[in-house]
Design a protein around this ligand. Sequence first.
Ligand SMILES: NC(=O)c1ccc[n+]([C@@H]2O[C@H](COP(=O)([O-])OP(=O)(O)OC[C@H]3O[C@@H](n4cnc5c(N)ncnc54)[C@H](O)[C@@H]3O)[C@@H](O)[C@H]2O)c1
Length: 341
Amino acid sequence: MQDGKLGVAIHGAGWVASAHVLSWKKNPHVQVVSVGDINLERAQQFADNNGLSCAVRDNFDEVLADECVDIVDVSGPSHVHAEQGIAAAEAGKHVLVEKPIALTMEENRALRDAVAKSGVKSITSFVSRFNQEVVTLRSMLQSKAIGELFYAEVDYWHGIKPTHHAWNLHSKKKTGGSTMLLGGCHAIDALRWLVDDEVEELTAYSNNPKGFFEYDANVVAVMKFRGGVIAKASALFDCEMPYSFNIDLAGTEGTLRDNRVWSKKLFPGQTSWSTFPTIMMDSADVMHHSFDEEINYFVECIREDRQPHCNIIDGYRSHELCMAIDRSIEVGGPVKLPLEP
Ligand SMILES: NC(=O)c1ccc[n+]([C@@H]2O[C@H](COP(=O)([O-])OP(=O)(O)OC[C@H]3O[C@@H](n4cnc5c(N)ncnc54)[C@H](O)[C@@H]3O)[C@@H](O)[C@H]2O)c1
């Protein structure tokens, strides 16, 4: 805590952090007190570019030992998230962990347990929950604008090449070798958030026609939720088209297709689709993501001593679902959830 503000340490000074920092700087209750990266020069450049005269570090232990640090933003590459998230929680720091929070079930479980044991506030950076299109769709579902939901579909179609990021996206080791974990987790989490239930069984398939990645670049899963909703989610890296995040929701009294509404309940005289103006889920650029809303919400939860809806304990479930999809592909058949008791 510094000058009555919560101290934030950003650790991993790359692309996504360049968006996070703008949101942290806008929040009046926090101050960025540390910027870190495995590459000290990059951390210094990041601090300079963002006008931050704070500690600049390449040593994570120093970050954790700093009493001015209340919140750690784990924004380095995916393979360091669980380890750094666990260390931050054990040091008593509130923690934001970028997705994917874990690359294996062992990591997923260890992170969840460490965060639960420490009692710190945590957030899984599922930024799509804060997107205005998703916020509106969830609100309409909850007010039963389309009656009882019985079918849901969410697709993450992002035509990317392995050279898309500074770190090697093609590499199984660095990414966990999973299209669902790397990008599709946004679709999987949005599906859980919108259906507001847990999947009990799924079957998935994958392929890799272009061979750009060391793992299958395209995945589709069909799922059954405990309450009876049936669903489909896909993640495609090989598609040739602009980024698209498709959301279809069919209910007993209407249908929602992205920002299009068919609801005789809301619009009894409706003769064609109604659309609601909103910020669509149609950009993969981190500068277009709803990090202001995510970070403001996280800070509010810390200040009001409550757990965020997408804390690490909840994020565990979305990652478990992604891993169950990968397991189904591996075993060539249906998989039941939860994977672990
Ligand atoms: N929530 C979202 O919508 C969203 C969007 C983009 C990226 N991401 C996630 O953010 C993470 C980072 O992606 P990026 O595109 O910013 O990558 P990036 O390569 O641009 O940045 C990663 C930074 O981490 C640094 N780094 C490497 N090892 C480190 C370590 N051990 N400790 C600290 N820093 C380390 C690198 O030097 C680099 O500066 C990925 O896991 C990605 O999945 C999430």
